[in-house]
Design a protein around this ligand. Structure first.
Ligand SMILES: Nc1ncnc2c1ncn2[C@@H]1O[C@H](COP(=O)(O)OP(=O)(O)OP(=O)(O)O)[C@@H](O)[C@H]1O
Length: 298
């Protein structure tokens, strides 16, 4: 199934025939997807259906084995590692389930980091305004350990947006938060689209979170299986239940992750998905200590 836009609509992200293999597993098996600028897309699907892989390929964190990725009109294939790194730094924002803030830096220093890495000194008030925009006015000097989980994710969002990316990707950005805090973060993300015309693509397992999006795209076995426009939580949950294997077991093996000790995932903090060291980025901490509420430090 192809999820495309009318020919006139500008695409912030355009994926064509995306294939990504991990050994024998085809994590992505020919995905076509267009994301219109200024819209909020949620990506859902059973465990192992390829959601994170899709996001990482679209954001230039992983190279697909076949197919093409275009972000804001720039084709990613064929870019050197250096050009890809610069594109990620300047045009792509990424937030992870596990926040990935640098613990020794204040909120303001974390947010300023992508600009510093680009050799730019933040303009006066720029970082303060970015933090205010995500509801953290007055928290500039707090370190991550002095912030709640929801506040940490807000810092991560401010950091991902500070360079003015064309697209903000989020891999289960509320997955480590309790439901109330997660809902507040999703509302904030929704407001970024409505009030600032940002473009968001977010992987989530939560139908309530997905209902904040303009559209939900469902992946099954590495392919787009369906999509719902103007989603409701009930509609999303019902479709998801239909798409899940009857046994309730993941159709394909769940990915290895650090908690299993089965794969050496990199753990270095990754500012705004645009590190200078290359495409590696930490995978989300799936087996985190549990949901984090408003008052629990990150
Ligand atoms: N680094 C990797 N090494 C080996 N296999 C991988 C790797 N990353 C993903 N896979 C495999 O690719 C498939 C898709 O994984 P992916 O993480 O994209 O799925 P997902 O839909 O995000 O899953 P979940 O909802 O559980 O996070 C899975 O079968 C997974 O085991």
């Amino acid at each position: 199934m192809t999820s495309s836009l009318p020919p006139s609509a500008p695409a912030a992200v355009r994926l064509r025939g995306l294939v990504r293999r991990h050994g024998d597993v085809r994590a992505l098996d020919g995905v076509d997807l267009d994301v219109a600028a200024g819209t909020f897309t949620a990506v859902m699907g059973p465990s192992g259906s390829g959601k994170s892989t899709l996001l990482r390929c679209a954001a230039g964190l992983e190279r697909p084995d076949a197919g093409s990725v275009e972000v804001a009109g720039t084709a990613l294939e064929g870019l050197s590692e250096r050009r890809l790194t610069l594109l990620r730094r300047d045009r792509i924002g990424f937030v992870f389930q596990s926040f990935n803030l640098l613990p020794t830096l204040t909120a303001a220093q974390n947010v300023a980091l992508p600009l510093r890495l680009a050799g730019r000194r933040p303009a006066r008030g720029e970082v303060r305004a970015a933090l205010a925009r995500v509801g953290l006015a007055g928290r500039e000097r707090h370190r991550p350990a002095e912030l709640s989980g929801g506040q940490c994710q807000r810092v991560a969002v401010a950091r991902a947006l500070i360079a003015g990316p064309a697209v903000l990707f989020g891999d289960e950005p509320t997955g480590a938060l309790d439901s109330t805090t997660g809902a507040e973060v999703m509302d904030m993300l929704r407001a970024l689209v409505d009030e600032e015309g940002r473009t968001l693509v977010v992987v989530t397992h939560d139908p309530l979170a997905a209902a904040r999006a303009d559209r939900v795209v469902f992946l099954v076995d590495g392919r787009t299986a369906d999509e719902i426009a103007a989603p409701t939580a009930d509609g999303v949950a019902a479709r998801l239940a239909e798409l899940r294997p009857a046994s309730g077991v993941a159709a394909r093996p769940a990915k290895p992750h650090p908690a299993d000790g089965t794969a050496p995932h990199p753990t270095a903090p990754h500012p705004a998905g645009g590190d200078t060291a290359g495409p590696a980025a930490p995978r989300p901490a799936r087996a985190a200590a549990g949901p984090r509420g408003g008052g629990v430090p990150c």
